[in-house]
Design a protein around this ligand. Structure first.
Ligand SMILES: CC(C)(COP(=O)(O)OP(=O)(O)OC[C@H]1O[C@@H](n2cnc3c(N)ncnc32)[C@H](O)[C@@H]1OP(=O)(O)O)[C@@H](O)C(=O)NCCC(=O)NCCS
Length: 210
């Protein structure tokens, strides 16, 4: 990857088991938004799901990590983005975006990509808006906050869909759905199509980096 900002030569690649300590260092540096799991869980990710994970390497060190899980048991073409993070010293060089775009072509038959973002995490919100614009994906924030996560996290569930996915792919995220609580102040029910067109307006009017 060419780094326009002079951070050095960044390589995005599929991780190996020996990257796990480096992945955990990156994740630890991403507190409070990522949880640093035990080595064994990262081993399981790489062993069972390695093709939809990647790392960014800079000067022989892991400085970025992304893992996406196929979730075919939920529905064909369904994926869940579990973690994406960049070491603080390597942020603002486009690494997170490139991690995502390295994995995107590997999401075979992608219809819905789900992920959560903490309401306070504006960096991640901007990142995914930029990604949606660049990839031509629809980005939809569902109207629930996920309860029972660690600490004081206040995660919201998002879905991204390719343009060709029909509305039924996301219609199931229409409230109310079991297990999720609504935001205060967001009681007014809006149709999925309204919210998608809002995202499309955003995509039309905002350039990368907005
Ligand atoms: C959110 C996060 C992953 C973004 O990582 P990143 O590698 O810095 O992301 P990017 O470089 O692609 O984008 C970050 C900023 O750098 C800017 N940038 C990217 N490439 C650039 C370049 N070549 N020159 C100048 N600026 C650039 C982007 O425009 C963006 O700026 P903005 O926030 O003002 O819009 C990172 O902040 C992080 O790891 N946070 C903690 C973990 C986390 O929150 N993960 C997401 C959980 S959902």
């Amino acid at each position: 990857m060419n780094d326009r900002n002079g951070c050095g030569c960044i390589k995005i690649r599929t991780p190996r088991a020996e990257d796990i300590p480096g992945i955990r260092r990156v994740v630890a540096d991403c507190a409070p938004y990522l949880t640093n799991y035990a080595e064994y869980l990262y081993f399981r990710d790489l062993h069972c799901n390695g093709q939809t994970t990647c790392v960014a390497e800079l000067g022989g060190e892991v400085v970025g990590w992304c893992s996406i899980f196929p979730a075919p048991a939920l529905a064909p073409g369904r994926f869940f983005l579990h973690q994406i993070g960049t070491a603080s010293r390597a942020r603002h060089h486009g690494i997170a975006e490139e991690l995502f775009f390295y994995l995107l072509p590997k999401l075979a038959g992608l219809k819905v990509l789900q992920f959560t973002i903490d309401r306070k995490n504006t960096a991640a919100q901007k990142l995914f808006h930029r990604i949606a614009v660049r990839a031509g994906l629809r980005l939809l924030k569902t109207p629930g906050v996920i309860p029972l996560l660690e600490g004081d996290s206040d995660d919201e569930l998002y879905v991204m869909t390719p343009d060709e996915a029909d509305g039924s792919e996301v219609a199931q995220f229409e409230p109310p759905y079991e297990g999720w609580r609504r935001h205060d102040g967001e009681r007014k029910r809006r149709s999925i199509s309204n919210r998608i067109s809002e995202t499309e307006r955003t995509r039309d009017t905002r350039g990368p980096g907005d």
